[in-house]
Design a protein around this ligand. Structure first.
Ligand SMILES: NC(=O)c1ccc[n+]([C@@H]2O[C@H](COP(=O)([O-])OP(=O)(O)OC[C@H]3O[C@@H](n4cnc5c(N)ncnc54)[C@H](O)[C@@H]3O)[C@@H](O)[C@H]2O)c1
Length: 251
């Protein structure tokens, strides 16, 4: 990719303090974007910014994507620093929810929905409204779903449900926001080597590899590169797409 791919763009990445979010931030910075790294853990967002060549150009913020006031404060902080909201957005904040249905607690179910689905809604809405307020008519949003949201994975019903919701939500808003010049697409990752899977027992990690045609778990960078492409004008005809990046994973 050209070093100018995302030059002069402001990109907001949620969940940018680790895993896929951090790798995506590093790739967007490499491609010339000014990157706002948000995470519920502010220290990890700061660590990501400190990996950049010129940290002072970028911004690390504590954002809880499941809380509207936190999301609004994030947009205000970005506008205060740059006099503009972001026009590029990657929703990587997410949590895993596990448990069999019959003993699944309502709070655990709702936590998954609140962060993964409601969080995506709150951030997309806030950035779209801020862009309109500032007269910005060109942008690109990427949501991060999961192959669990396509197949449905046992013991992961809250997670699978939230991610299936992200896929449908993305398609729906893509049809609205294209009229504002904003393209919205989703990435559907398969198993990726981040904190979300490294804690799994070796037997489960082995099974994830065996279910992937490629025979291995993916890297966060392999998702970040696709996110950068979807944010860029190189994907200008892509609207409401669900892009599977799974190494050929099948459940
Ligand atoms: N790793 C995988 O195998 C995999 C597969 C499919 C989809 N995904 C999705 O990719 C995204 C990134 O996950 P990851 O694998 O990098 O995991 P990760 O745990 O490394 O990163 C998730 C980040 O989200 C942050 N976060 C959690 N709750 C938040 C909140 N309320 N507000 C803001 N930030 C919050 C965490 O602090 C963390 O930095 C998630 O949406 C996840 O569901 C991951």
């Amino acid at each position: 990719m050209s070093a100018q791919l995302l030059q002069d763009k402001i990109a907001l990445v949620t969940g940018g303090g680790s895993g896929i979010g951090r790798a995506t931030c590093q790739i967007l910075e490499r491609e010339g974007a000014t990157v706002v790294v948000c995470d519920i853990k502010e220290s990890t967002a700061r660590e990501t910014v400190n990996l950049f060549r010129d940290p002072s150009k970028h911004l690390a913020l504590m954002t809880d994507v499941s809380k509207a006031d936190s999301v609004d404060a994030t947009i205000s902080a970005i506008v205060a620093k740059y006099k503009s909201p972001p026009t590029l957005l990657v929703n990587s904040a997410g949590v895993r929810g596990i448990g069999f249905l019959k003993s699944l607690k309502e709070e655990a179910f709702m936590n998954c929905i609140d962060v993964n689905l409601k969080g995506t809604y709150l951030i997309c809405k806030a950035v779209a409204n801020a862009m309109e307020k500032h007269g910005l008519k060109s942008g690109s949003f990427v949501t991060i779903a999961s192959i669990a949201g396509v197949f449905g994975v046992e013991y992961n019903s809250s997670y699978s449900g939230s991610k299936g919701g992200v896929i449908a939500f993305t398609k729906a808003i893509s049809k609205e926001l294209i009229h504002d010049g904003i393209r919205v697409n989703t990435i559907i990752p398969g198993p990726i080597q981040t904190g979300m899977v490294t804690g799994d027992p070796e037997a489960i990690r082995q099974s994830l590899k065996e279910h992937s045609a490629i025979g291995r778990i993916g890297t966060p960078e392999e998702i970040g590169e696709v996110a950068a492409f979807l944010l860029s004008e190189r994907s200008s005809y892509m609207v409401g797409s669900s892009v599977e990046v799974t190494g050929g994973y099948v459940c």
